[in-house]
Design a protein around this ligand. Structure first.
Ligand SMILES: Cc1cc2nc3c(=O)[nH]c(=O)nc-3n(C[C@H](O)[C@H](O)[C@H](O)COP(=O)(O)OP(=O)(O)OC[C@H]3O[C@@H](n4cnc5c(N)ncnc54)[C@H](O)[C@@H]3O)c2cc1C
Length: 544
């Protein structure tokens, strides 16, 4: 098979690091702090070996397999258990726990790796004809069950792995457009663009593994969203393989030719078709960047500052406010004398509840960078400036979170995140309500959860809230423990914010969709789906 090995390594699904949790490391001071703060009794709970996982025989009909072999080549139709297991599920806590022996993981009957858009179209048409489910699989980083191999009432389901669609097809430097095949992973897209002096500027925490098709299918949002926009703001046009044929949307930078159908494809999570090509708007690589850290006193003060920045148009490309709990965790896990000194200094400065604010400016010239920073600083009076060391430390560690999660899972923690967004006037209430819901659900005599939160995407009218929960795992029911907490959080979100700001709907949020968009809205989505996919083979059980 001619798929580069490193493209497959990242599919080792037990954890983020290719070698699973074993390659991640939790320092002794972090372990001690977790025990004291949460009641953790460290245990060794490594990922189960593949051989311990239950994998049923493939039920892909022989005649379908024969035609698939003819379309993509037999070496690109994988039915070995190791290959199917590698595309079974995403990277939510529940999926990762299933890898640790808690609960069953749905496994696809085959993995199919087409080479280009035309092969994808032929595979989609074949599966539609034979009622075989299709789960589009990009980087497999979904945390909401988006790539769960559910077959519904179909006899079989395949994982349609977009890994071989990794080419840059064209660049239009005059219009600043680039067309990629949808399976290209973000770092490779950046590498290809950098060779031409451009950047996409999309840096979600899953950057190392996620694909452009996945970003489009989930309306992803990157850490520099204030500077470059959410992913849907970057997409100019799309090519989609549907059971009804090839579909292209987007021909000009703006159009009044009815509703914008690009927005229907963006966020469609593989339920309307398989995105095969994405044309994105690109920007010159910024010649100058500067990242700084600030400490504010409490979440409310920090949120007021971020709102002022957002409403005056002076946000940094990255503007990220951690609440005091998240700041406490960051300081505790970093450890060392510098952190102790910082805490002492903040006490002297009278900061009761330190909350870390990172602002990163990016610009084409030094003068422009200085001007942007000056404008932002007008709203940052009264903060404690930590300088560029704190900002650069955050920047260099910004993709480290998933590795740390592996280590925490291995040590016996339940670690999971959830996210939402709301208008500024409701943001404080939303944070308090969700924090309480998570805390109340997870607290027991032995377990004291940490519920931390940050704002990382801000708009004129509101912002996202991203919650991270750390609690010792309930050995008898680790999945139920989290699912109860998640339900409580979702109930708390209802009426105040959206059920998801950037993780998408998948399986996990599907029960909450009608409350947000109404039964009429769900009906519209179902009608589109039924039109494009009359047999309902596309990503069964997701979105609607
Ligand atoms: C540690 C971690 C951190 C994360 N941080 C962020 C973050 O900062 N911002 C953010 O937005 N998200 C984040 N996510 C969530 C996830 O990375 C995003 O949803 C991402 O967009 C998924 O891309 P992917 O290529 O991995 O897609 P996959 O996980 O493979 O698929 C996601 C969904 O899209 C569908 N899909 C994938 N490719 C296609 C295609 N070509 N055509 C049609 N449908 C398709 C799948 O069927 C599935 O429903 C994070 C996830 C993890 C595990």
């Amino acid at each position: 098979m001619n798929v580069p090995a490193d493209h497959l390594d990242h599919r080792v699904r037990g954890g983020w690091t290719p070698a699973g949790a074993a390659a991640a490391h939790l320092p002794a001071h972090a372990s001690r702090w977790l025990s004291a703060r949460t009641g953790l009794t460290p245990t060794r709970t490594p990922v189960a070996p593949d051989s311990a996982m239950r994998v049923a025989e493939s039920e892909l009909p022989a005649e379908v397999r024969a035609v698939l072999n003819a379309i993509v080549g037999a070496e690109h139709v994988l039915v070995e258990r190791v290959d199917r297991l590698a595309r079974a599920g995403g990277l939510s806590y529940v999926d990762l726990m299933r890898r640790r022996g808690a609960g069953e993981l749905p496994v696809p009957d085959a993995v199919v790796l087409p080479a280009d858009a035309v092969e994808v179209e032929r595979v989609v048409a074949l599966c539609a004809e034979h009622n075989v489910g299709i789960v589009p699989f990009g980087g497999g980083t979904s945390v909401v069950g988006g790539v769960a191999a559910l077959r519904g009432d179909r006899g079989a389901v395949i994982a349609l792995d977009l890994n071989r669609l990794h080419r840059l097809l064209s660049v239009d430097p005059v219009s600043r457009l680039a067309t990629f095949e949808a399976g290209v992973v973000a770092p490779e897209a950046e590498r290809l663009l950098a060779a031409r002096g451009f950047t996409l500027g999309h840096f979600p925490q899953s950057y190392e593994r996620a694909t452009l098709g996945g970003f489009a299918a989930t309306r992803s949002s990157g850490q520099a969203s204030a500077g470059y926009g959410r992913f849907e703001d970057m997409v100019e046009s799309l090519r989609v393989a549907t059971p009804r044929g090839d579909w292209r949307v987007g021909v000009a930078p703006a159009s009044a030719a009815g509703p914008d159908l690009r927005q229907l494809v963006l966020g469609s999570e593989g339920a309307f078709g398989v995105i095969t090509e994405v044309t994105v708007r690109v920007r010159p690589i910024p010649a100058w960047t500067r990242y700084e850290g600030f400490i504010v006193d409490g979440f409310a003060q920090g949120a007021e500052i971020v709102r002022a920045l957002a409403q005056s148009g002076t946000l940094g490309a990255v503007t990220r406010l951690s609440d005091p709990q998240e700041t406490e965790v960051a300081l505790a896990l970093s450890g060392g004398w510098k952190m102790a000194a910082l805490r002492a200094y903040l006490r002297v400065r009278g900061i009761a509840e330190p909350a870390l604010l990172i602002v990163g400016w990016e610009a084409g010239s030094r003068r422009d960078l200085r001007a942007r920073r000056r404008e932002s600083l007008r709203h940052l009076g009264g903060t404690v400036r930590l300088g560029t060391a704190a900002g650069e430390t955050w920047r260099h560690g910004r993709f480290a979170g998933p590795r740390q999660r592996d280590a925490l899972l291995d040590a016996g923690m339940c670690v999971e995140t959830l996210e939402t967004a709301a208008y500024w006037s409701r943001l404080g209430e939303l944070r308090d309500t969700v924090t309480s819901a998570l805390r109340d659900s997870l607290t027991t005599a032995e377990r004291r959860p940490v519920v931390a939160c940050h704002i990382s995407h801000s708009y004129e009218t509101g912002a996202s809230l991203y919650f991270t929960t750390l609690v010792p795992r309930a050995a008898d029911d680790p999945i139920g423990q989290w699912q109860q907490a998640k339900e409580a959080a979702c109930a708390a979100i209802a009426g105040l914010g959206t059920i998801t700001h950037h993780h998408a709907i998948g399986v996990d949020h599907a029960p909450y969709l009608a409350a947000e968009i109404g039964e009429l809205g769900v009906g519209v989505l179902r009608a589109v789906r039924a039109n494009l996919d009359p047999n309902g083979v596309l990503n069964p059980g997701k979105l609607t």
